[in-house]
Design a protein around this ligand. Sequence first.
Ligand SMILES: [Zn+2]
Length: 383
Amino acid sequence: MDAVIIKNGYVVDPEAATIEKKEIGILRGKFADPSLVKSHGGQVDYINANAAFVAPGFIDIHTHVFKDYTDLGVEADKIGISQGVTTIVDAGSTGINHYETFRQQVIETSETEVLAFLNISKEGLCNGRAELANMDDLMEIIEATNIFETQSSIIGLKARMSGSVVKDNGIQPLLHARKLADALNVPIMVHIGNPPPLIEEILPLLKKGDIVTHAFHGKQKNKIITSHQTLIPEAVNCLDRGVLFDVGHGTASFSFATLSIYKEKYQYPFSISSDLHIRNYEKPVGSLMQTMSKIRGLGFSLLEVVEAVTIKPAKTLHLIEQGTFAYGTRADVTLFYEKEMCTELIDSEGYPLIVEKVIEPYITIRAGRKVFECNGGTKSNRN
Ligand SMILES: [Zn+2]
């Protein structure tokens, strides 16, 4: 399909902050002006959106897709294109020791675009989940330099800063990650969880462009919210510096209550990611779209939740081909419905939320080519 027009869709444009009925043009895999596509001289294929919403391809910046090599890995396309997600970022499943296998077995074999935050532990999650318990396992700057220069799919570092991961090392692995990130000029995605280290030690080390995943967890300790329902000062300072807070739903890391307080009192942007893996795929996470439905249910607008899976992560991570309809960029597109359906969804704490609308995939397009269509017959509430 050289020339494609997507018609009859409600286009959600996160850059223009608009939702309007219009056509999207694609020429040789890139977005183009629809009038140019129609007049280019060759055959034009039409994709009927059937009143679905049409957005730039969704990005999920926290997943685990190193199937067969880690105990968490889920198949990339199962949580990617089949769920309307065109780009997924594996968050530290692999370290430098297994990256070549990851590239061959996952990146090369998936229709979904797979990028990676490289674990600062050389083993990543291939050898258990206490990967930062031994400082000798951390990647050196000289090792990291070569792989970051040659592998464009690696977009940053992952440091999981929980007591169960770092054991007696406390904040030390993050100090090392800081050195690596500064030397390589790449972002760090930091996972927060139970201490040690304390969140008050972690957040001051982060710089503009870094990402805090599991930011809205509801654990007893290390929360971004105080008992007075305000953000801790370290979180405010961090957000003011341009650090991005990310949902990273996961099995134990997303609380409706925490995000509700954030919404009520603060206007900082955030990104939505799933932390999907083989053990939370059914429950409580489901999918990136289900996570977006939950956040919609907390009162965020459709535009806000789409921004949080397109332009927000793309801008932070300097992904210039993703999260946009800009002419000339790669035409990854997510068509989805927002189905009127009263249902109960839960957070990682098991708290229920009644939502009245559920976001569901319809068609997924990668580089101008239709790679998935849901035959479930679900229709939007728009018409
Ligand atoms: Zn994770």
